[in-house]
Ligand binder design. Structure first.
Ligand code: TYM
Length: 328
């Protein structure tokens, strides 16, 4: 079977619909056709300051959400990044192949460090994409399901794999991004010009948020001054974003939805999306609560996944170390 690897940061108390539609839905689907490795990337989470108690809680909440969404730990290897030392071992070798300027051109680093100021950004934030490359290359992943915002990091990963192979001989698998166009970028509800993110207060739609509060957010989502429910990303970014969400949550195509709302207003569209979203998250939240009720069992599932992940990733590190010239 071809392999997939992907990761998600445990940096918030809930995943949002951008995470779900951009990546996690594909994680679940790809289990059927691929050997899958899915990681809660806690090492990446500490590139910005984290409270230890929050981090520990969020790792478990992340795991519970992944299980509730349909990641089957018997089928996929679900693990916590810090429990697999091979990631940091491989990252060092890759760091030594990465140009300083090359790393400095990563737009997520530039955005995040611009916000905090250069002196307040860590070196870890700078090398973040190289650790991500190690995550992927350690498992010889063929495909990496992510949202559009990760495309540049995937390009770096491909370049580093090719560079390693050119210098030391064919060793690493060059991965392809797996980005579904229709849901690659979900936008903020209060500002449809920017992507939905964990740090946007009020504009994200969180899977574990109080359902009534989410309904309110949907109903006050920014649209435009027209009345026509029509998909047009440039002229009508807010309405198009809502249509995209409704399409996924109901299974109806966008043209179908455009026909359904002909002659009807944005209120109807928002009301139906609120209903569909509530119907999706209500059982999900109950399922998450069930997993969180037994943290010892959750930790055991993750430890078992970590063991399986180590077996695969250690083999890659051994091959890489041998190629580089270390004594093995
Ligand atoms: P993270 O934790 O920020 O996000 C997890 C996944 O959600 C996607 N995503 C979105 N997709 C569509 N619209 C949005 N508004 C949106 N917001 C987030 C992200 O693209 C991602 O797929 N660097 C990664 C984590 C990572 C990783 C990896 C991913 C570490 N190592 C190895 C893949 C492979 C990140 O910060 O994702």
């Amino acid at each position: 079977l071809p392999r997939v690897l992907s990761g998600i940061q445990p940096t918030a108390d809930s995943f949002h619909v951008g995470n779900y539609l951009g990546a996690l839905r594909q994680w679940v689907d790809l289990q059927a056709t691929h050997q899958a490795f899915y990681s809660i990337v806690d090492l990446h989470a500490i590139t910005v300051e984290q409270d230890p108690a929050d981090l520990r809680r969020r790792i478990r909440v992340a795991a519970a959400q992944l299980l509730a969404l349909g990641i089957d730990p018997q089928v996929s290897t679900l693990f916590v990044q810090s429990q697999v030392p091979a990631h940091t071992q491989l990252a060092w070798v890759l760091e030594c192949l990465t140009g300083f300027g090359e790393a400095g051109r990563m737009t997520q680093f530039k955005d995040k460090s611009a916000r905090g100021g250069a002196d307040r950004s860590s070196v870890g934030l700078f090398t973040y994409p190289i650790l991500q490359a190690a995550d992927i290359l350690a498992y010889a992943a063929d495909a990496v399901p992510v949202g559009e915002d990760q495309r540049q990091h995937l390009e770096l990963t491909r370049n580093l794999a090719q560079r390693f192979n050119a210098r030391y001989g064919p060793t690493l698998t060059v991965p392809e991004p797996y980005i579904l166009k229709a849901t690659a970028k979900i936008y903020d509800l209060t500002d449809p010009g920017v992507k939905m993110s964990k740090s946007s207060p009020g504009g994200s739609l969180d899977l574990l948020a109080d359902v009534k509060a989410s309904v309110k957010r949907i109903k006050s989502a920014v649209t435009d001054n027209e009345r026509e429910v029509r998909y047009d990303e440039d002229a009508k970014p807010g309405v198009s974003n809502l249509l995209r969400l409704l399409s996924v949550f109901t299974g109806a195509s966008i043209p179908e939805l455009e026909r359904r709302y002909e002659g009807r207003g944005y209120g109807d569209l928002k009301g139906d999306l609120a209903e569909a979203f509530a119907a999706f998250v209500t059982p999900l939240q109950a399922s998450v609560a069930g997993y969180l009720a037994d943290p010892a069992e959750l930790d055991a599932v993750l430890r078992a996944g970590g063991e399986r992940a180590r077996a695969t990733a250690d083999a890659t590190v051994a091959a890489v170390y041998e190629r580089v010239g270390f004594l093995v």
